[in-house]
Design a protein around this ligand. Structure first.
Ligand SMILES: NC(=O)C1=CN([C@@H]2O[C@H](COP(=O)(O)OP(=O)(O)OC[C@H]3O[C@@H](n4cnc5c(N)ncnc54)[C@H](O)[C@@H]3O)[C@@H](O)[C@H]2O)C=CC1
Ligand SMILES: O=C(O)CCC(=O)C(=O)O
Length: 421
């Protein structure tokens, strides 16, 4: 077992790098390519002045990191959060490279972030900040360069502002510059639910693989935002029993199953999951340790660490969030024989449908929701089996298998393109 302080254990960049190094060593990766792929290729820091509603001026710090463009334009979301840091954005950008390679779509990896608290800002302040951040990124992004999308704290409205600002600078409408847009602005049908849909597909495949059944399969979800609420909704529709939901301000438990549709309606009205009377209010940290078949962390990084991993009691850990499990927790969960569906596979449904959105925007021809979903289901199912088969063939766990598969694909393309300018 590694000995790390909690701060070291929970640094997302270190966590990403440790898994990368382990997988690269297993692959016997060429030392030069190792160095090329270990670090992001470009990092931009911007300071964004914004006129606030009260007449004051605030300056926000923003990042955009492009880890790799070897397999295609850089791709990845933008996060608005008070705690976002450069190391976190670096890790998230690298994970995007590996994720796009796991599902074999022609993108590299990027991520952006702005240090702000979107819950405390007005729509006007958010719009002005987003437009100024976009203006600062103008040379960095574009349909053939780097294509942002939503992540924590951002949504389709944020993408609409980015698309509009970029288009103003280009003097023409360029809808393929971002994905996750509203459908009437060139968004793809199915994108909003896509990450949750992908989560539900890999859960289906995992329970088949492990000889389990949907009947009586209890699910706990942490985070009731885009990924968490759509995962819960789609799994409940498929017949899973969602017994617990944890949010930042409280958690709910009902052993007979929570009515997810009713909870979504309650949250729309109340702005929080708390106060929902059809489930018991429980401790948000403890809920993760309740007995269940599937645990889905779908909020943020580092929620399963050396502090709680030995108390986790699920059979399947399906990582809707990026980086929810630390490397030490991985070792503890391996001893407990928890079947992990790693983030770079489990939550790849979002970027896969983003790829479909980018393709549709560039064609100017839009598919039906059924077509989008069928293509997504096929890619997620195939990718699940690619990873599990790789793990069995190379005698590694699913996470390392996913990294190895991805690194191998990116390394191959990097070598093929050559590295000389
Ligand atoms: N939106 C997308 O398409 C994708 C998102 N992801 C990842 O999924 C995770 C969630 O992203 P979204 O759902 O888009 O964000 P979101 O902002 O829509 O929702 C996040 C939810 O988690 C809650 N939350 C935050 N910290 C929490 C904590 N410590 N405990 C419990 N709840 C907490 C928030 O209140 C919010 O409701 C992130 O790790 C993101 O990077 C991954 C792939 C695609
Ligand atoms: O849809 C996308 O392009 C990226 C989604 C994302 O940020 C992620 O998968 O973490």
């Amino acid at each position: 077992m590694q000995t790390l302080t909690l701060e070291q254990e929970t640094n997302p960049w270190e966590a990403q790098a440790a898994r990368f190094d382990f997988a690269a060593k297993k692959l016997n990766l060429d030392q030069g390519i190792w160095k090329v792929l270990r670090y992001p290729s470009r990092e931009l820091i911007v300071h964004i002045p914004v006129g606030m509603d009260d007449g004051s001026i605030e300056v926000f710090t923003g990042y955009r990191v492009q880890h790799s463009v070897a397999r295609g334009p850089a791709k990845g979301g933008i996060r608005y959060s008070p705690d976002v840091s450069l190391d976190e954005v670096r890790a998230l950008a690298s994970w995007m490279t590996w994720k796009c390679a796991v599902v074999n779509i022609p993108f590299g990896g990027a991520k952006g972030g702005v240090i702000c608290d979107p819950k405390k800002m007005s729509q006007g302040e958010l719009e002005r900040m987003t437009r100024r951040y976009t203006a600062e990124l103008i040379e960095f992004i574009g349909p053939e360069k780097d294509v942002p999308a939503p992540d924590m704290g951002t949504d389709e409205q944020t993408m609409a502002w980015i698309m509009d600002t970029y288009s103003m600078h280009m003097r023409q409408t360029v809808n393929a510059v971002v994905t996750g847009k509203p459908v009437n602005l060139g968004g793809s049908r199915g994108r909003k639910e896509a990450t949750g849909r992908g989560v539900s597909v890999v859960c289906d495949e995992a329970i088949k693989h492990l000889g389990m059944s949907i009947d009586g399969c209890r699910v706990i979800v942490q985070g009731f935002g885009n990924v968490g609420s759509n995962s819960a909704k789609l799994l409940a529709q498929k017949g899973y029993t969602v017994i617990g939901i944890a949010e930042y301000d409280g958690a709910l438990y009902n052993p007979n199953g929570i009515d997810i549709h009713a909870l979504i309606e309650h949250r729309k009205r109340a702005g929080t999951i708390t106060g929902f009377t059809e489930a018991e209010a429980v401790d948000k940290h403890e809920l993760l340790t309740y007995n269940c078949e599937i645990l889905i962390p779908a909020a943020t990084e580092n929620v399963i660490t050396s502090r709680n991993a030995d108390r986790i009691r699920c059979k399947i850990l399906c990582e809707g969030a990026n980086g929810p499990t630390t490397t030490i927790a991985d070792e503890i969960l391996a001893d407990k024989r928890v079947f992990i569906i790693p983030d770079i596979l489990a939550n790849a449904g979002g970027v896969t449908t983003s790829y479909f959105e980018w393709v549709q925007d560039r064609m100017g021809y839009f598919w039906t929701e059924a077509e989008v979903n069928q293509r997504l289901d096929n890619i997620m199912t195939e990718s699940f089996h690619d990873v599990v088969t790789y793990a069995q063939t190379h005698n590694v766990n699913n996470r390392i298998a996913a990294y190895m598969l991805a690194i191998d694909r990116v390394a191959y393309t990097t070598k093929q393109r050559g590295i000389y300018a």
